[in-house]
Design a protein around this ligand. Structure first.
Ligand SMILES: *[C@@H]1O[C@H](CO)[C@@H](O)[C@H](O)[C@H]1NC(C)=O
Length: 119
């Protein structure tokens, strides 16, 4: 994607992690420091942009992790469906040389206070 190629020195993270539980252990002090620095001024109500005129591209997909029941007679299929949404949040960027080359972290969606945008 075009957005990923911008600014090779900085790393953008933009994850929505749906099923991760809260008891995540961060592997190192530097990762803790990184997390605390990027969340320090984070405001979940602000749009994830650097300039006011920037547009937020949201990619959506649907995953079908589980087929629960097929009722041939009634012609009904019961499934579990995940609606996943992806976007870049430039506020979650850092210079990886300052954080022992960490280029990616996973943040629990609940920690960020995101809700699902649409269905
Ligand atoms: C990243 O940090 C290193 C070390 O502080 C610095 O030399 C480099 O210029 C920084 N890169 C960017 C893109 O800010």
């Amino acid at each position: 994607m075009k957005l990923f190629k911008k600014n090779m020195q900085l790393v953008l993270v933009f994850f929505l992690v749906f099923a991760l539980n809260d008891n995540v252990c961060y592997a190192s002090a530097v990762e803790e420091k990184l997390l605390s620095n990027i969340l320090k001024d984070y405001n979940r109500k602000a749009r994830p942009v650097q300039k006011e005129t920037d547009v937020v591209d949201i990619l959506m997909d649907i995953a079908l992790p589980q087929l629960m029941k097929v009722d041939e007679k009634e012609e009904v299929i019961t499934t579990n469906v995940w609606v996943r949404q992806y976007w870049n949040d430039p506020r979650f960027s850092w210079n990886k040389t300052e954080y022992e080359e960490i280029s990616q972290i996973i943040i629990n969606q609940r920690k960020l206070g995101y809700r699902t945008l649409f269905y």
